[in-house]
Design a protein around this ligand. Structure first.
Ligand SMILES: C[S@@+](CC[C@H](N)C(=O)[O-])C[C@H]1O[C@@H](n2cnc3c(N)ncnc32)[C@H](O)[C@@H]1O
Length: 216
């Protein structure tokens, strides 16, 4: 439940941003460019979610991060802020056009040596991946969230965190006759909740982030 009036929402968002540590210029520009130069600007994490990802990553201090769904690189740049010295973030996507934008902005950032972009279908990549990660962010094709979860759980170190975006799917998870994509997200959330290898918390901000911790 919100503690403020609906009509004050935008003003309060601006107030929150103005009273929070200023973010790097390249992130503000990348958010703007993601809206201007792609037809899918809505997908970019943006300031609020970006700061949450950055803060979580800084609390974990991961050595290795895997991201499924680069888009224009905004979330990768935010997650990379928490990497340990010498740590690495691998980000997967299938869209070469959006990848060019990601590359350009990553090259302008202090993280150009720590972020590796791979253009490949995520499932194809994951099925051959033998690495282990401290933090995984799932933010790609929703129909495969459950498959990604099962594979990623084995790639995640004990005590590691897996974050999954869009788990409230614009509120459609409440629909009685959900469409295929919504049904996949409902199934994913159920699967996580029932899995005894993890504990989780759905953070109901923006489109919902499922924060999942691997127990052992
Ligand atoms: C919501 S966007 C990612 C947004 C980004 N994480 C951010 O917060 O700025 C989802 C991305 O997943 C990618 N994607 C969709 N299906 C994929 C697949 N099978 N393998 C890898 N990436 C995929 C899309 O091309 C798109 O760039």
């Amino acid at each position: 439940m919100k503690y403020f009036k609906q009509e004050d929402e935008f003003k309060l968002e601006s107030y929150a941003k103005e009273n929070s540590t200023t973010i790097p210029k390249y992130l503000d520009e990348l958010e703007r460019i993601s809206h201007l130069n792609t037809n899918s600007g809505r997908m970019v994490s943006g300031w609020e979610q970006g700061r949450i990802l950055s803060t979580i990553s800084k609390m974990i201090r991961p050595k290795s991060i895997l991201e499924i769904g680069t888009f224009t690189g905004y979330s990768a740049l935010c997650l990379a802020e928490g990497l340990q010295n010498g740590g690495q973030l691998i980000s997967l996507d299938i869209n070469p056009e959006w990848n060019k934008i990601a590359k350009k902005y990553i090259n302008q950032s202090p993280y150009h040596d720590s972020i590796k972009l791979i253009i490949q279908d995520a499932l194809e990549y994951l099925l051959k991946d033998k690495s282990h990660y401290d933090l995984i962010f799932i933010d790609a094709d929703k129909e495969r969230y459950s498959q990604y979860f099962e594979i990623c759980l084995d790639l995640l170190n004990s005590g590691g965190f897996l974050l999954a975006d869009n788990v409230l799917w614009s509120g459609k998870v409440l629909h009685e006759n959900p469409d295929k994509t919504t049904a996949s997200i409902i199934e994913f959330n159920r699967m996580v909740y029932q899995n005894t290898r993890v504990e989780n918390f759905i953070l109901p901000i923006r489109d919902g982030i499922n924060i999942i911790r691997k127990l052992q």
